[in-house]
Design a protein around this ligand. Sequence first.
Ligand code: ATP
Ligand code: MG
Length: 378
Amino acid sequence: MGNSMKFDTILVRYGEIGTKSKTVRSRFERRLVENISERLNASNVSFSSVEARDSRVLVYTSDEKALESLSKVFGIVSFSPATRVECDLDTIASKCVEIACSSNAKTFAIRTQRVFKKFPYTSMDINRIVGQRVVDELGLRVDLENPELEIGIEILSDACYVFMQRIDGLGGLPVSVSGKVVVLLSAGIDSPVAAWLMMKRGCSIIAVHFKQSESEYSKFMEICDVLQEYAYASKIERIVVSYEKRILPVLEKLWNVSRKARKWTCIVCKMMMYRIAEKIARTHNAHAIVTGDSLAQVASQTLENLDAESRAVKINILRPLIGFDKDEIVKLAKKIGTYRISVKKPYTCPYAPKYPETHASLEELSKILEKADLNLLA
Ligand code: ATP
Ligand code: MG
């Protein structure tokens, strides 16, 4: 579509929220409006107001910076920088002629959507009448299949919006409409993507990090900063737990059982992480634990191991990356902006055994836990 044009309003379209019941929908809309305002404020975008109207959200601004900001707000399907004109066919047509005139296009199409159904002309009528004016006044040719210039018209109840661009948003739901989850956030590539996907589905997140080293910790903090850009007003709470104090003593008990018991290290470690995360979830009114596990990505992420680890808690454990390939995860991590942080100074856990258990049997697990005097089964 055409180049950028001056605009006074950004017309924001949302998807799924449009299908909800009236009360849910107005709660979602309010949240989306709030999230957009917060996002614009955070980026110092100047705007006069943000309001929901006729299943659209209108952002009154002519600040170019707003476009970049809106592309980071979950719940937006697409948006268009637009010019607001009176709902009068003649005025609309004049605006379209003006836009067509300032472009170098030789072919064009008018695409109208009548969001406010009471407008006395149908979308087809408007396309035809406005299109004819452009043909008559400028001599451009109509090409509905592959036009050089597409002019969009949306009729709302208060005004009509004319635009040339339709920019894709992130989709999803406004952050915080779905409640809260605890994300186990390492500094690796996967868990930040898992966190982001949960935010995309409308969750606010509490990030829990088990600190093993200073450099991993500072990567974790940087990753939270990046994720925060998608979370606006919903502040990402960061909880840092000492690995040495909370996990290591438990592992030592395991290692005391026998040399062979060491192969259970990663499983017991995860069980402890889940235990602690579950407690945090309960005290913070969060309803699930989220991890960056992807099935069989590494030898330890087998179905048997995930099953065994999950026995440590009663709370729901969500693994949004379970069906993702590594390259899909990497691609998302790059888009989100966490990849470059995660790959700095890669870290390997010093306690991971050389030959970890990969097909944990529940029977063996409960035996070994008993021998280690660890009460880790929920
Ligand atoms: P990631 O890329 O997220 O680090 P990974 O491929 O390294 O994952 P594991 O080390 O098996 O896989 O970890 C699986 C999941 O356990 C992680 O995705 C994360 O959710 C959680 N996790 C691992 N280490 C930590 C940690 N130090 N702090 C918090 N969560 C962790
Ligand atoms: Mg990792």
